[in-house]
Design a protein around this ligand. Structure first.
Ligand code: FE2
Length: 281
């Protein structure tokens, strides 16, 4: 196994490992360390079934079942489908326009996701890329005064607000049901969180944020938008251009990500597993 680090420190490329094969504890420990060191890992040229995808994910912890139940694999609800495929009746097979804004997966839960593992089965010849931004680097680049100011604040995160914004935009998303909305009430998290495994500080905002606790609605919304723009800006980024067979794993506790659009005449089909995490502190 070999791990090649990117110059930015975000995104390690892991070769010489078959994620579909049984993995001993030493190999897993090496991957786990690389994951903490690089925040994003790329495993190219993988050929794995949903069962193998789930089994590898389970080495890190418990899996999340996504709130949008119509986009889960029928026999494997741990797998969320991102796809522009349609069923014979015209319904979408997966989320077609997933994540086209900077965010951290499931930040709208009391206990947001630790990490996500996205496996590309088929990708368009160009675009459909995913950008990542290091929230360690974004925090480290702040002035001491700004670090101090942000450390005292908590942001509000809400799934329904973002989903409905996106529904209006591209017109390919179904409206959320009352039951789905009820499952995801607004929550608040510290804007500066401490990574529970590395102990390093990181900014924690993004596209599910609707405001700041204690601020007027508009002021708080503008505050989190501005901070998310800064935290996802160019110096902190890694751009991943997908090949079929890539499995990319990212740490939602210290990296944000954002998907780009693509020409819908091409098929883009991916499976995602999501790891449960702890309440941010
Ligand atoms: Fe995402």
């Amino acid at each position: 196994m070999e791990v090649t680090r990117q110059a930015t420190g975000l995104g390690g490329r892991v070769t010489g490992v078959d994620l579909g094969a049984p993995m001993d504890d030493a190999a897993f420990a090496e991957i786990h360390k690389a994951f903490l060191d690089n925040s994003v890992l790329i495993f190219p040229e993988q050929e794995i079934t949903p069962e193998q995808h789930i089994a590898f994910t389970r080495r890190f912890g418990d899996l999340e079942i996504h709130v949008m139940s119509q986009f889960l694999l029928p026999d494997h609800p741990e797998v969320l489908v991102l796809s522009n495929d349609k069923k014979p009746n015209g319904d979408a097979v997966g989320i077609e326009d997933a994540g086209r804004y900077w965010h951290s997966d499931l930040s709208y839960l009391e206990k947001p996701s630790m990490a996500s593992l996205l496996y590309a089965i088929e990708v368009p010849p160009s675009r459909g890329d995913t950008m990542f931004a290091s929230q360690y680097a974004a925090f480290d680049a702040l002035s001491d005064d700004r670090k101090e100011e942000l450390s005292k604040l908590r942001a509000v995160h809400h799934f329904g607000s973002r989903w409905n914004k996106e529904t209006g935009k591209a017109g390919v998303r179904p409206k959320m049901s009352a039951e789905e909305l009820a499952k995801t009430p607004p929550v608040d998290h510290p804007i500066v969180r401490t990574h529970p495994e590395t102990g390093k500080k990181t900014i924690y905002v993004g596209g599910f944020c609707t405001g700041v606790v204690g601020m007027e609605e508009e002021e708080g919304a503008a505050f989190v938008d501005e901070l998310s723009d800064y935290a996802s800006s160019e110096p902190f980024r890694y751009l991943h251009q997908w090949n079929a067979g890539d499995l990319v794993m990212w740490d939602n506790r210290c990296a944000m990500h954002c998907a780009s659009d693509y020409d819908p005449q091409y098929r883009r089909h991916m499976n995602r597993t999501t790891l449960k995490g702890d309440a941010p502190f």
